[in-house]
Design a protein around this ligand. Sequence first.
Ligand code: ATP
Ligand code: MG
Length: 749
Amino acid sequence: GNVAMDDILHGLNPAQRAAVTSPSSVLQVLAPPGSGKTKTLTARVAWLIAHKQLKPWNIITCTFTKKAAKEMKERIRGFVGEELSKQIRLGTFHAIAVQYLRQYGQHIGLEKDFGIADASDSKAILKRIIKKGEFTIEPGQALGRISAQKVKGLGSDHMVQKAKNIEQQEFARVFAEYEAELKASNLLDYDDLLLRCCFLMRTHPQCVSNVEAVLIDEFQDTNSTQYELMGLFAQRRNAITIVGDPDQSIYGFRSAEIENLARMRRQWPDTLTINLQENYRSSGAILHAAQNIIEQDKSRPPKKLQATHSPGQRPVLRKLPTAAAEASWLVSEIERIRALTGDMLQPSDFAILLRSAALSRVIEAALGKEGVPYRMVGGMKFFERAEVKLIIDYLRAINQPNNSEAVERIVNVPARRIGDATVKGLREEASAKNVSLWNIICDAAQGRVRPSTKVTAAAEKGLAAFMNVILTGQRRLASLGTEQTSLVGIINLIIKKLDLQTYLKNKYENEHEVRWSNVEELIAQAADASNPERLKATMEEDALPTVEGLDQRTPSNEDALSIFLANIALTTSAEEKTAEGTEPVQQVTISTIHSAKGLEWPVVFIPACYEGSIPHSRSDDNDEERRLLYVGMTRAQAMLYLSCPIKNTQREETIMSSYLIQPGVTSFFEEHGPSMSSAAVKGLAATLKRALPSEDALSKTKTALERDEDNYWPVNGEEPPEERAKWNYGKADNALPAFGTTRPAPCFH
Ligand code: ATP
Ligand code: MG
């Protein structure tokens, strides 16, 4: 009934409500930071379910991070209840692509159990190819270039044909070998996931024939593959809502295309654009300082942005003698603010945002020294720690022994007297015979390889031992999901077979306890992921609705391991997976600015604001670097600190960021005094109180809502007929082609 309607629109301003309830099927909400875009998008999903009677499983919503997906799901649950919210297809582009590929991939020749190569896997593969071929290109750079090609839909053969000089030929060869390697190991990298999903949906539109609405957050950072995927998801109904902000586009370096906004309007000329102009996040002073920075870009159209909070304290801009001094100043500020504001602020209300993760070391040290708890986002991932990665590689090899990457990394870990030369020989024989490394290892363990592949007697024994671990694991895997076997059981088997505790003790000596606790953490996560109830819930949530005329692989208990591994591969460095049910610890966040997109904190620090750091020396897009600073600054609710050490960690003299020394900039900042004054900090408490919507404020909005509710369609009863036609959700278009036939996708030229 309309109870849910009131809830959904409650506390939204008129423009937000217009967006939530807009009958337009193609909608762009373009608005500055903190104006409630994500909030609006969330409400629109709820509204489609509660008031357009759309089935949640027919709605696809893409977010930028898993964390954002989780938060949105929780908010939507508040509106439409547990049952319905569970069934929304809501996640990152990659996570949604994986669901489709797992369940329909067989129709495009994808093997079951394909693995996912995350960025560090891809880099490792490239490193090896480059080393082997004695190429000169740097692996990270190669990966970036390969990705840029793939996003454009260009394969390695294109590069091979196009290569004009030696440098390009070399790159083309690296690219070709990389692709061959992925194929041989049955791996898909991040770009492949999206490209294959596009291919699936282009050739088998039936698999998205149920989709009635597509919603995208942070649209300004989509690349052209994601854009295409969006259109393909929506090919049946062409109902798309996107929210975004051109001023926050910060992924150009990864082929994101701001041009997608205009492209969308050309492709769907009926696109309705709504702007939101009120900022609900930041104090007025912070907002104005941020505005001043972004307005330095003269090519940008001027925009209106209204602060809803009082001015509050001017942000602080400080110079400190060294990076170490900067770090300890920052920590002392955190402690002082906490002391002065009593219990009002928790460590988790503070964030330290960095241009690059490498800057974190000195800050971590300062926090550690004072015993301030912190969590590092976007640093060394939990799953990349050696001992954790080791177990995961064993799980990958057990799940899919053709994954030669994983097999090669672990075949001699712990040491089994299998030398590098032997492994190299085995690899060469494998590629000569066109079989996987695993196949050759099995042969070698039984003395059945060519003599030129030198395998000593000791190595032969070692290979047999390795084979035994994998085969035993596979036998256990076959009964996964039955009462005898759980994911934890398989991990424990690996630990026992490897005698992992002894291995860690020998390898890490006084550090081995920390290492072991990481292993325990992994076990806890596996236990959580495979607990029967949770597993059942995951399967249900992952299962795509069945569509006519297209076979579907429904996930079963045996897929628990694949799902667990896919989840790990898709956990970007921006977010660590923590076991469900563990209490979030009160910690200061250290994050890159990129990973902080869409988030907010009461107090934000952006240290190291100098030339070379921001703008970064390796970036050639000065405007994108400025937008990055703007994104960082607009994360702050009540207090913002920018700082710059006179000497950086390399003891070089720095020059303050060019964005902060433009004429007039300093008038937006507090530059002097030892730090923010006590009076100012106390003022913060007041600002924060206002930032949290008071009961009074809420009831005022509610009255306003009741007053002009009639202006917004639909409220009660019938929809105006012409609106209904425009919306076009009522009638089904049943003219889908039979399996295998093609038709021009309505969305693409
Ligand atoms: P970003 O561009 O940084 O992603 P955004 O436009 O998505 O920002 P939200 O995160 O949705 O903004 O909202 C920012 C903050 O403002 C949130 O705390 C949100 O709850 C609050 N907010 C949004 N709209 C309103 C409103 N109408 N009344 C009160 N608070 C609001
Ligand atoms: Mg947002």
